[in-house]
Ligand binder design. Sequence first.
Ligand code: GLN
Length: 482
Amino acid sequence: MQYKSVIEILGAIKKKDISSSELTRYYLNQIKEKDADLNCFITVTEEAAISKAQEIDNEISKGVIKPLSGLPIAQKDIFCTKGIKTSCGSKMLDNFISPYDATVIEKLNNAGTIMLGKTNMDEFAMGSSNETSFYGPVKNPWDKDYVPGGSSGGSASAVAARIVPCSTGTDTGGSIRQPASLCGICGLKPTYGRVSRYGMIAFASSLDQAGLFTTDALDAAVLLKEISGHDPKDSTSSNVDVPDYYNYCINNDKKAFTIGIPDEFINDLNEDVKKSFYDAVKILEGIGCKIKKIKLEHTGLGVSAYQVVAPAECSSNLSRFDGVRFGHRSDKASTLEELYRESRSEGFGKEVKRRILVGTYALSAGYYDAYYLKAQKVRNLITQDFNNAFNDVDLILGPTTPDKAFKIGEKMNDPIAMYLSDVYTVSTNLAGLPAMSIPMGFKDKLPLGLQIIGNHFDEKNILKLCHLYQKETDWHIQEPNC
Ligand code: GLN
């Protein structure tokens, strides 16, 4: 494909160098050719995509151009899509056709995008490898024996494989940044509240946030503007102005950011990741950034706190799947209690059951103070560490993940090892901060990610720094041969 980025695609459509229908057919063919193997998609919405593309072409011929007219996109199957199966990667919702669109979907539809389909994901977004999906694992396009990361593995792998130009994801503890890192693309998790959660199937409501996968920072800037903003249907969405991220990235003079590097993010890193990381730091120093060592003392407790808070919230959120109102209903039951038990036993997979059990336990009388309340206190300390750090620095830098991708199957029987994939990502969710992962090199031919964390609602400076870095490097334009 000669148009590589979202920006190039939008430019070509606007100039009528290519029609939306041609583009859509190109990407649908790519999906047909490559996805049988990669397994990025749960549902491909071919017919709807072709007819929407025609509609957009008609609009364009009449001079109507919307901000994202004709742009093909893939949506994580956690977002409700009207009239289209919305499974959340679970047998529980295998038969669920959503009666309405999530706000993110509605906004992207209204901006002129063409949805190509719904992407594979860990069941109810619980996982770091995409192996907990009812629809089977997704493969990493750089090496198909390896995981793409999770939970938004399908969305990340599809962008990395260039079978879609961009996609949506959600990040509760790292599910955008970790797969972006393992697949060698950009993954942006906005500030909690920046993007509406309405119609996004809830995992842990105080942590969940919708975001994006793209190949470069400017593409993310263009898309973020379209999905952001206050939504009266989500009481936790914020009424903070949405800047023109793209213009901010390209128009402002080069900015000398002060960047903090927390000891806690680099002390235990292996030599290869450390080397790539410090190469990236050198590049940033070269463009005028000042580097400062900082401390995030409590960040090491992030995974422990997260693994109490997230399961606690999920145990409550997932109680709605009872075999009565939504999704799978067992035909083995003869009493109401059996209906609940059998439907949930059959509908949920092992990891989801584990989280519900842990969460129910942590919230139960007598244990609430010892676990849930304690975890909330740790969460406060982690947030305070970040607040203190942002008194001295503009942005915080670290690796996204402790290592490159791991093999399919390698960590499935070791949940603790799996949970530790998120050691550098969960703290920002606990603090509600925005963060982005961008490619910074390779280890054994598998990508590594650089994580940039910003202060609340400061996505613009994260994007700007990423853009400045990408002007100096070419990691983001390297493509897997898949
Ligand atoms: N990997 C983390 C988990 O398993 C984060 C998931 C997510 O961000 N949705 O919970």
